[in-house]
Design a protein around this ligand. Structure first.
Ligand code: GRG
Length: 264
């Protein structure tokens, strides 16, 4: 469990939890109570990567620049490490309560996590993705995969932070839209970066999507349209954020801009 948790990664989801909490409420207690939830979502994300790398799924040898979990510890231990991370994440969420979050808020966060990481969320997206490899894929199907496999954990992160901060129902709804669009833009950018080879450093994307046979946005609508879509979704996300009328939205705005321009 620690091997994969400590392997690095951008920590995007925990950063979103903490940033959303602070954007709604500058009381240092909000950040303190958000911390176990930030850890919980990184545990869920890491479990999903460990299981996704298994031979039965993507069969990857490297993750975050290190050998994958099953390459080091064997498949049985990698499955169990993922199971342990998934289960411990729910324990971690309950610790927000021990730090002063109300039982109602903590319960709402547990329910969001079960829904957004589970069969109606990330797991469902992964199922659709695997089924899709056997001969999808329309744009609608691809959007479904991305919204669940990728956006749902991002939605969880923003909502959980906002709940800890004491956001109103209207703010939660606007922030959900913000995170949904941000997650979609993040995944399309991920697909774009996957297709860009070394030449990208010279500003020339290499379009190897056709040989790769991987159905992605660049594969379905082309590189230029995909780049424009990332831009559009980011603008939509920022619009939804503005509608939430948060006390200090600046860092969430900066994250949206960073994700659109990131190169790794
Ligand atoms: C096994 C239930 C189950 C789900 C797996 C996360 C996932 C679903 C698959 C991994 C492959 C993939 C590209 C998923 C889309 C989400 C995504 C872009 C993950 C990578 O997230 P980053 O870039 O990773 O935040 P780091 O390493 O920076 O944390």
């Amino acid at each position: 469990m620690m091997y994969s948790l400590e392997a690095g990664g951008k920590r995007l989801r925990p950063i979103l939890v903490l940033t959303a909490a602070e954007a709604v409420n500058q009381d240092p207690n909000a950040r303190k109570q958000a911390m176990p939830i930030a850890c919980a979502i990184e545990m869920i994300h890491t479990y999903s990567l460990v299981h996704d790398d298994l031979p039965a799924m993507d069969n990857d040898d490297y993750r975050r620049g290190k050998l994958t979990n099953h390459k080091v510890f064997g498949e049985a231990m990698a499955i169990l490490a993922g199971d342990g991370l998934l289960t411990h994440a729910f324990y971690a969420v309950t610790q927000a309560s021990a730090l002063g979050a109300s039982p109602e808020t903590t319960l709402a966060i547990v329910a969001d996590l079960a829904k957004l990481a589970g069969a109606a969320g990330m797991v469902g997206g992964q199922v659709a993705d695997i089924l899709g490899e056997q001969g999808v894929t329309s744009l609608e199907e691809l959007e479904y995969i991305h919204l669940h496999k990728t956006s749902d954990l991002i939605v969880f992160s923003v909502l959980a932070g906002a709940r800890i901060g004491g956001a109103s129902q209207q703010q939660l709804e606007s922030l959900q839209q913000f995170a949904r669009k941000l997650g979609l833009a993040f995944q399309i950018q991920d697909d774009i970066l996957d297709l860009i080879g070394d030449e990208s450093k010279l500003g020339k994307p290499v379009q190897s999507d056709v040989e790769q046979q991987k159905v992605t946005y660049p594969y379905l609508i082309g590189m230029d349209e995909s780049l424009a879509l990332v831009e559009r979704l980011t603008q939509d996300a920022k619009q939804a954020l503005a509608e939430a009328k948060l006390a200090t939205p600046d860092y969430l705005l900066a994250i949206a801009d960073y994700l659109m321009r990131r190169d790794h």
